[in-house]
Design a protein around this ligand. Structure first.
Ligand SMILES: [Cu+2]
Length: 161
């Protein structure tokens, strides 16, 4: 024997559980919510320079491996994740092919001499004291905005490989 109140209550509970389930699924499916960014900074450029580098530490606090497959910014015509390396005593760099992986529970550091965000075709020089924003595009299609201070040197105690 169902009273209208009981029926209404039952409906309320099941809708409530569905909403909760959607919430949990939504959170784990959105990689940008699992990715924590710390110590971000952009290197100031001399006037006339059209390239610049950005650095930060990524931590994947989620359960799923993530990959950064692109970088977008209004500061420059294009942006890529690069890796610096030394060949025959010269420092060179190349784009990271296939995206930069950040495994579940792990951290990846972008720092001078190693990984960095490369901004190419700057519209304006990056002036120390200002800020700039880059958007990281993850392999699940979500985006993570990173706003970083522009500095002429690495922050003390941070961002070295
Ligand atoms: Cu580079």
């Amino acid at each position: 024997m169902y009273s209208p109140i009981f029926r209404a209550l039952t409906r309320y509970i099941s809708v409530g559980s569905l909403a909760l389930l959607a919430c949990i699924t939504g959170a784990s499916a959105d990689g940008s919510k699992s990715l924590q960014v710390s110590g971000a900074w952009l290197r100031a450029t001399p006037p006339g320079s059209t390239v610049a580098a950005g650095y930060f530490t990524l931590h994947n606090a989620g359960q799923r491996d993530l990959k950064i497959v692109g970088v977008e910014t209004k500061l420059a015509k294009s942006a890529e994740i690069h890796q610096s390396f030394t060949r025959n005593g010269n420092e060179e760099m190349r784009p990271v092919e296939g995206g930069l992986a950040v495994k579940a529970g792990q951290s990846v550091r972008l720092a001078p001499g190693g990984y960095h965000v490369m901004l190419m075709g700057l519209d304006h020089p990056l002036v120390a004291g200002g800020t700039g924003t880059v958007t990281l595009v993850l392999d699940d299609g979500t985006r993570l905005e990173v706003t970083a201070p522009i500095r002429s040197e690495a922050p003390p105690g941070g961002s070295t490989p």
